[in-house]
Design a binder for this molecule. Structure first.
Ligand code: FES
Length: 101
């Protein structure tokens, strides 16, 4: 399955949530002009990572300040320790395409 948003929906340093039908929401991040996609819901709790703060390629959860690398999903800072699921992203013209298996 593929989920899409417009590149304009994801400003540099920002995020956009894609609500997948029958799939947990996906967070798309624009880190320095490169797009990354991970599960939007933090692995520690119910925090929406789209509402967190992105610094470089690191997203800080708005709930308890756990951090993750959006490139790899790696959990970097407690209390987050379970990695995020990551998704393949490609850009077609003005569209960000996320492949969800
Ligand atoms: S819900 Fe994200 S760090 Fe707790």
């Amino acid at each position: 399955m593929e989920l899409r948003c417009r590149t304009a929906d994801v400003p540099e340093g920002g995020a956009f949530r894609i609500a997948g039908e029958g799939h947990p929401p996906i967070a798309v991040f624009n880190a320095g002009g490169t797009f990354y996609a991970v599960d939007d819901t933090c692995t520690h709790g119910e925090g929406s990572l789209c509402e967190g703060v992105l610094e470089g390629c690191v997203i800080e959860c708005p709930f308890h300040s756990g951090t993750f690398d959006v490139r790899t999903g790696e959990a970097l800072r407690y209390p987050a320790f379970v990695p995020l699921r990551t998704y393949a992203v490609r850009v077609e013209s003005e569209t960000v395409v996320v492949t969800v298996k």
